[in-house]
Structures are given as C-alpha cells and as structure tokens.
Design a protein around this ligand. Sequence first.
Ligand code: F0G
Length: 447
Amino acid sequence: MVESIYPSTRAEREQWIKKANYNLFNLNSDQVFVDLLTDSGTGAMSDQQWSAIMSGDESYAGSRSYSELKASIEDIFGMPYFLPTHQGRAAENVLFSVLVKENDIVPGNAHFDTTKGHIEFRKAHAVDCTIDAAYDTSVEHPFKGNVDLKKLEKVISSNPGNKVPFIVLTITCNTAGGQPVSIQNMREVKSLADKYGIPLMIDSARFAENAYFIKEREEEFRDHSIREIIAEMFSCADMMTISAKKDGIVNIGGFIALKDEEIYKKATVFNILYEGFITYGGMAGRDMAALARGLYEACDYSYLKGRVRQVGFLGKLMDEAGIPVQKPFGGHAIFLNALKFLPEVPREEYPAQTLAVELYKEAGIRGVEIGTIMADRDPDTRANRYPDLELVRLAIPRRVYTDNHMRYVAAAAIKVWERRKEITRGYEITNEAPIMRHFTVDLRPLS
Ligand code: F0G
C-alpha cells in the first residue's frame, strides 16, 4: 500500500503540538511526516495476506479461518490450545483473569506497560528481574533482554507469603530497547521455574526478531533455521500471549496459546465474556486468515535480515554522529538515551518527552516516550516512579519505509543534537489518567 505524506512547516507543527497538549498520541496522522510512534499494527500486509483477507470465513463459530490460524500456531509454536483475542493486551486480560490474584508477584524481564497494567490492576505486583547490563545503554551485550537468575530466584524465594502464578519472558524485551533473550537464558529460567513448580509464559510480540538475533548471536544456533529456533524457544514455555500486530504483521489481532488444557478451559469463559466466542475472540475471520499467513512470513530469514538491518542502519547513522542510543541496536526500534541527550532537563520535567517533542517540531517525526511518563506512578504512594532509563523510541513499521526515510530521521535527530545545549527545560503534567497515563496525558512547557 502506498500512502501520501505531507511535509509540514515548523510553524504548523508548533501549532499542532501545542493544540495536542504536547502529547504526540493526540496528533492526527496527517500532521506527522515519518511516523515512528509504533511498529504495532502499522506494518504493510503482503499480497498473500490481502488475498487471504478476501477469502476469510466470517462464520460465528468454527470458521475455516480460525482452523487455519489454529493450525499455523500449533505448527510454529507447538501449542495445541489457542484463543484468539482482538490484540495483545486483551490476551493478557483474559489469561490474567484466570491466573493473577491480589498480592501475587509476577516476575519477568521489564514487563511491557499493558502487561504491568493488567497485573497491577489486579492488585498484584510485577517485579523486573532483567540483567543490569540492560540499563546501561553504552554496554554492548548480545542479550540485554535476559533475566538475571539471581534476582529471579530471590523474588521467588523471599516472598513465601505471595503466590507467583507464572514468570513472564518478553521477547524481544520492548521496554529494555527491543533487546533479545537467549535460548540459554530461557532454558535456565525454565529450569528455575520448574524447580519451584511455576509456569513460564512468553510475551511473544516480537518472537521472530528474537529468533533472528539468536541465530546471529548464539553460537549453538548459528546453523539452525528461524523455524527451528522458534520451536526451541517455545519448547521452554508453558503458555504465550501475543500482540499479533508486531511480528504477526497484521493491523489488528492477538491470541493466547497454551499447552495446559485446564487453564485453557478456564480462559475460554473470560474470552467469551470479554472478547467473543472462542473461535473468533474479537477478530474478524479475514483478519485471522491474514494472521495465519503473517506468522509464517515473519519467520522468513531474508525478510528478518532486511528488517533488522534497516533498524540498525538508522542506529548506525545516529551513533556515528555521537547521539547516545541503546546498543546493540534493537530489533524493532532505535532508542535514544534522553538522560545523555538532554542532561540539562531535570528528571521531574520529563527529558524523554521533551526530546520526543523536539524531534516532532524539528521534522514531523513522531516517536514515543519510554520514560517516567510511561513508567507512571507507584500504585501505593502515587509518586512518580523514575525508571533507570529515560528513552525516546523510534519504532520502525514493518515493510513500510525506505532507507531514505531513515536518512531523513537521522538528519533531523542530528540537528536537534547540535542544538541540545539550548534545551534546558521540559514539561509539567496538567492532566493524567489514574493508570497508563502516557496515552492521554496533557502537558505544558516550562520556561
Ligand atoms: N507486549 C508487548 C511486548 C508489547 O510491545 C505490546 C504492545 C503488548 C504486549 C500489548 O499488545 O498493543 O496489541 O495490546 N506494544 C505496542 C508498542 C503498543 O507500541 O510497543 P497490544
């Protein structure tokens, strides 16, 4: 699909972002020139997927498209039970309705915000056990998404009064910068989980990119195919949730898949309640048909190589200019380290949001803050939680932009970098929602 995009003027952008209360989510898409807000649901579908859309089966129960999707999930992930949902957070909602109770502890590697949201909404706690290297953007580590096993064991063994219903592994780890988890780490987490009789769940949104990094970086798997690596990854898991809008390369969709029939049966009740009947769960038949193909397309080595290379190309242009970015470069996005980019802006004034707005004003590029605004407040004290990293994520949609767009984005970031010393003040929040505030927050510039 080809879309026209409008190269606006700085004066127009300054007006639009003011009207948007300095929240990039409030902008209309035609006010954005290169949209790197997310790689979620923004990929371009293939000829095969579009033809699947035309032949989707819209039967309420037992549709052919459901069966196609079920077969592809079992084939790729080895999970026999599956429930479609309208997107990833819906899968979390359904599954966590079965598994998460008040005061539970759910350890993992830097849970994504909706995952954390669904845990905290149930008055349980998400505990981050990612390795420390993930929080130093300049350290080169091949698997910055890995779990620190000592941290994990400590959380499990030092909270005997609290139940740990499952462990979450997010692959790739979005919050840590699109960083992969190694199979060695997955195996170790699984054996620790088994020691304590705790199931392992994989948050699988970027499963194929994770497999690609394993092939590139983990010696044992150098000669394995992407499909073989994926099979190995999911052999460590008891269940998975997925936002299919990423590596599923569809515009909407998600699912839960499991090996345990009992949990599946309990989850069907919540699926029917929240999403739809168990054979469509909030997805149109045509969307399930497109996803059944998208999952296979994501496993294509040449596609993955080109995609990860393009993301790295943007990272390299920025890195060469001296811009502080998370390294190694992630699978779906480049993350700018705002604490190093804008050291003058106080943390209470949201440096990553400040940088994201500057990039928009500079060149109409829309990224997203992954910092204090997204980390939100402590559920008990309601004070800001300052995360270790304050990042601006520039997420690259799949099969959409060219390298020329990447050059444009890098040139704009370099312009902001060159005048970084002039940027000393940030923003204050004038309005925020009780949880997940970053989507709807209103801000005011400080001077
Ligand atoms: N898990 C991960 C790792 C994610 O990145 C996301 C969404 C979800 C779960 C929730 O899935 O959006 O389909 O409900 N990430 C998007 C992003 C929003 O921009 O990174 P969803």
